[in-house]
Ligand binder design. Structure first.
Ligand code: MN
Length: 454
């Protein structure tokens, strides 16, 4: 290990940069630093302590925490250990410009001791592939440095590793969540890992009400909106509800989805609207709630709603709630505030009530429903949430809220046909039937005009 190159490149008599000394005594932890270097071109110097010097890479763009972003990293000469604290101006010559510390901390390889980490780093440097866990203020987690197979043999790529493969937060995998079916928490996590690509479009950027079932479907359950303690990589959104401030979880990727499920969220309950347009829902939902009514009446009510919506050229998708009801969704394209969505849903519900008064009601109170299907149009409210499409439900049989072809909404429909065991083969066959709900929204004034002309 020499610092010959370091010495030969600079005039240490005129520069205040540290002298070319190799560190002798070893500490328990290895240091890393990233220096923001305003030289001829701004770049970021990543330096990792190995064997008493700092192995160094010049990264032309700011290092990223996104696993999707690969940063070019030019392998440069070793720097002395003391360089990790250097800040200041290089007055002339090589590296002329100002240096400040952008991030610093310690690092290790696979949680090994400093000596073993250095050994793995030495081998990795020879092979051209390194990985290490940075514990800085800005940079946290596992990073890879991989040498590119290019003509210039100093070009490497700096890449952040995906977090989901080392989620700590997966615990009690053997815990039984569905006692009769013997479905464990691990089985539920496996379901959500597989359904992630299908469900994520309906979760991303939507504040999430956590409905937790820490002891499975027969244990206690509670809604938790405010998320207090969470790992740094979890994104949240602070929302003012009247006088309260609530810090909502955002499910932005597979890792945060599994994080929520690991908390005991068997079901997922996202907002109807997304960040940036939180006041305007992407869709409205008519929630058909039977309680004592037979499911065949729920199906008839859904058919009547579909008929009316077809008459006024309003597209819709019906999904099983996964529990006892059906949800009918209408795309709005985030064009109208919740109040307008709710009002339109109410108009639809009132007309359907007039058409089939014997089996439907708009009475919320159970005693007044008299065994009729409640058409609930009041879920279309800021802060209100329903089980998301593809959410499992905490009910016997592990049913899943599943979108249907309208032709499937007929006598004999059984919501229990759609479970965490059957949904994936079905998706492969029919695709995502709910996709139109995130598409172009309807024109509410035009639809109201058509209603008047019926
Ligand atoms: Mn530099």
């Amino acid at each position: 290990m020499t610092l010959f190159k370091y010495k030969s490149k600079r005039n240490l008599k005129t520069s205040s940069e540290p002298s070319a000394k190799i560190k002798k005594k070893k500490g328990d932890e290895l240091a890393f630093v990233v220096q923001e270097h305003h030289a001829r071109r701004l770049h970021y110097d990543l330096r990792l302590e190995v064997d008493g010097v700092l192995k160094s890479w010049a990264v032309p763009k700011e290092p990223s925490l996104s696993p999707k972003i690969k940063r070019l990293a030019i392998h440069v000469e070793d720097h002395p250990y003391d360089y990790k604290d250097f800040e200041g101006t290089i007055p002339s010559g090589y590296g002329k410009g100002t240096v400040s510390i952008w991030d610093k901390g310690t690092y290790a390889v696979d949680e090994q001791s400093a000596a073993d980490s250095e050994k793995t780093m030495r081998e990795g440097l020879k092979k051209g592939t390194l990985h290490f866990t940075l514990k800085g203020k800005k940079l946290k987690g596992i990073f890879h440095l991989v040498k590119m197979k290019t003509a210039e043999n100093n070009q490497w790529l700096l890449i952040k590793k995906e977090e989901k493969t080392d989620l700590p937060k997966l615990t009690n995998l053997e815990k039984i969540y569905w006692p009769k079916e013997k479905i464990t928490k691990g089985d539920l996590l496996a379901y959500y890992a597989k359904i992630a690509p299908w469900i994520l479009p309906y979760l991303i950027d939507r504040p999430e009400s956590l409905r937790r079932y820490p002891d499975g479907i027969e244990g206690k359950t509670f809604f938790q909106k405010n998320l207090k303690d969470h790992p740094d990589w979890i994104q949240t959104e602070l929302i003012h509800h009247d006088a309260k401030k609530i810090n909502y979880l955002l499910i932005q990727d597979e890792a945060s989805l599994l994080y929520a499920v690991n908390l005991g969220c068997i079901e997922l309950h996202p907002f109807f609207s997304r960040l940036g347009k939180l006041e305007n829902p992407d869709y409205l939902i008519l929630d058909l709630d039977p309680k004592e009514a037979p499911f065949s009446h729920v199906v008839e009510t859904a058919q009547a709603i579909y008929t009316l919506l077809e008459e006024i050229k309003v597209p819709s998708v019906c999904k099983t709630s996964g529990a006892t009801g059906l949800h009918i969704a209408i795309p709005l394209g985030a064009k109208y505030p919740y109040e307008v969505a709710e009002k339109f849903a109410e108009v639809i519900a009132q007309i359907v009530l007039k058409r089939i008064p014997k089996i439907t009601t708009l009475e919320r109170s159970l005693s007044k429903r008299k065994g009729k299907v409640y058409i609930d149009c009041h879920q279309n409210h800021f802060g209100q949430t329903l089980a998301a499409v593809y959410s499992a439900r905490a009910r016997p049989g592990a049913p899943v809220s599943t979108p249907l072809h309208w032709k499937e909404v007929k006598k004999g429909l059984d919501p229990l046909d759609f479970t965490i065991h059957t949904i994936l083969p079905r998706l492969k066959k029919v695709g995502d039937l709910f996709a139109p709900i995130l598409g172009k929204g309807i024109d509410i004034p035009a639809a109201l005009k058509r209603l008047q002309n019926l």
